[in-house]
Design a protein around this ligand. Structure first.
Ligand SMILES: [Zn+2]
Ligand SMILES: [Zn+2]
Length: 157
């Protein structure tokens, strides 16, 4: 059965729906994400591009750097410029997008499954949850579930 989770930007012009649970969700504490969000960290959920459905509004995109050094495209509501998702060059075929998880109407749906780039974490952010924490990036093979690994492989095949 298809799932439906709705989300959108703060001005309300851009609305989307995702049709499945994310493949994986992490919190990124890198300095670039701190700048992008003007906040302490960002929540990113990987989902298949096919499972992202635009309901209303339009997106514009701009290029930015990313922690890995490869190019990164940020897609934003064309009205309020809120970030909705990113595409990273290292992800083959653009068949996976990286959703800004807190743009979902219910951002509690998908809590992070890992913290990354905690070497850049703000000092006052105390991580007392029991999910894996990484100085930089994790190795997908080590922390994704088998199902998530398979979805990722299929999308990038
Ligand atoms: Zn980051
Ligand atoms: Zn907007």
């Amino acid at each position: 059965m298809k799932k439906n989770y709705n989300g959108g930007c703060s001005c309300g012009e851009f609305r989307y729906r995702i049709l499945d649970d994310p493949i994986f969700t992490h919190a990124c504490h890198c300095t670039l994400c701190q700048k992008y969000t003007s906040s302490a960290f960002i929540l990113h959920s990987a989902i298949e591009t096919l499972n992202f459905s635009i309901q209303t509004g339009t997106l514009i995109n701009s290029n930015g750097p990313s922690g890995s050094g490869s190019l990164h495209k940020v897609f934003r509501c064309s009205e309020c410029l809120d970030q909705i998702y990113s595409q990273f060059n290292f992800i083959k075929n653009n068949n996976i997008l990286i959703l800004k998880t807190t743009t979902l109407d219910d951002p509690n749906l998908f809590p992070p499954q890992a913290h990354i780039f905690i070497e850049n974490k703000l000092n006052w952010v105390k991580l007392n949850d029991d999910i894996p924490k990484f100085k930089k990036m994790y190795n997908r093979e080590e922390i994704y579930s088998l199902e998530s690994l398979q979805r990722r492989r299929l999308a990038e095949a």
